[in-house]
Design a protein around this ligand. Structure first.
Ligand code: ATP
Length: 300
């Protein structure tokens, strides 16, 4: 296993940031930690990168114990923290050189691994990092995290605050890195990115709600789910929330995802109810659950 986390707990005073978490990441896997702000993702990354010591439990990364063998971990693991961690006053090239030097290597020696990514920012190699766009900063941070050829890459919310095109490019890059036998643990609050991982853990309040492949997670959704639309979105949500048989009501783009508490739910009865609430253009259609629906259901 590339990462083994066994009963890890960590509290800050009374706040339990991680509550007895266990899971494993297989070699070469692209594994996602999916959860909202405050779920405990950053705390887990800091423990895995030896920057924070857990209150209880054990973890190994690339076969090394995060406490006893912290020096080896630092040599074999690449880490991209959530907040931009590069030196804003150094240029793109100086930043990369700096990271190469502290790991006793050179840009040339490991250029192969970063070529794909670095080529896109190389035209700006003399620009100060602080003056780069979000997407370019992210590519530079990833290049710096890779410059010592790590076996395991830990990425804490790498796409937060990055535009959709750069987000897509970033995930394409991760897929290519995976082909080079790098194990990747990545956290994100974006549910659409979860589908791009081999396996995901849904995390909330320091605990794991579920671990599986994205497909299996949505398949296990416990109820039939319906897209409901009407002429007035606000009134529709209000009416659905007031319906005595509702199980869940969740705005989803132009529709509302609705589940009913009755095992023999008939959409016609819902349509009649919504009409009685002065709604028109009512549309009810069965749909497939998404990871977001599953998360909302588990987090209830
Ligand atoms: N240094 C600290 N002191 C006190 N509480 C903290 C500290 N760091 C984190 N916490 C709390 O621990 C919980 C988990 O935080 P953590 O940063 O690990 O979550 P996260 O999922 O990474 O969210 P975010 O994306 O907001 O960083 C939160 O309730 C947070 O407020």
């Amino acid at each position: 296993m590339s990462i083994v986390i066994t009963n890890i707990s960590k509290s800050y005073g009374k706040v339990k940031a991680l509550d007895d978490i266990s899971f494993e990441v297989k070699p070469g896997e692209l594994f996602g930690l999916i959860g909202p702000d405050g779920a405990g993702k950053t705390t887990l990354f800091r423990i895995l990168t030896t920057l924070l010591i857990a209150d209880g439990g054990k973890a190994t990364v690339a076969g090394y114990d995060v406490v006893k063998e912290y020096k080896s971990i630092r040599n074999h693991v690449g880490y991209m923290p959530g907040r931009f961690s590069l030196y804003q006053d150094l240029t793109v090239e100086e930043n990369l050189n700096f990271f190469a030097t502290i790991f006793g290597t050179t840009i040339e020696e490991n250029y192969d691994l970063i070529r794909d990514i670095y080529m896109q920012i190389e035209p700006f190699k003399d620009r100060r990092a602080g003056k780069l766009s979000g997407g370019m900063k992210q590519k530079l941070a990833l290049s710096c995290a890779l410059i010592h050829k790590p076996k395991v890459l830990l990425l804490d919310e790498p796409t937060t605050g990055v535009d959709p095109v750069s987000r897509k490019e970033f995930w394409d890059m991760l897929k290519r890195l995976q082909e080079k036998d790098i194990t990747i643990l990545v956290s994100t609050p974006y549910m659409d990115e979860a589908a791009l991982c081999d396996r995901i853990a849904l995390v909330q309040d320091g605990g794991i709600l579920q671990i599986d492949t994205p497909n299996a997670i949505v398949k296990h959704y416990p109820k039939p789910i319906f897209n409901v639309g009407a002429n007035n979105m606000y009134r529709l949500i209000e009416s659905l929330n007031g319906y005595e048989y509702r199980h869940s009501v969740f705005p989803f783009g132009e529709f509302v995802h609705y589940t009913d508490s009755r095992p023999d739910f008939d959409p016609v009865s819902l349509k009649r109810y919504l009409e009685s609430q002065d709604l028109s253009e009512i549309h009810i259609e069965k749909t497939r659950a998404t990871i977001e629906d599953t998360f909302m259901e588990l987090a209830k």
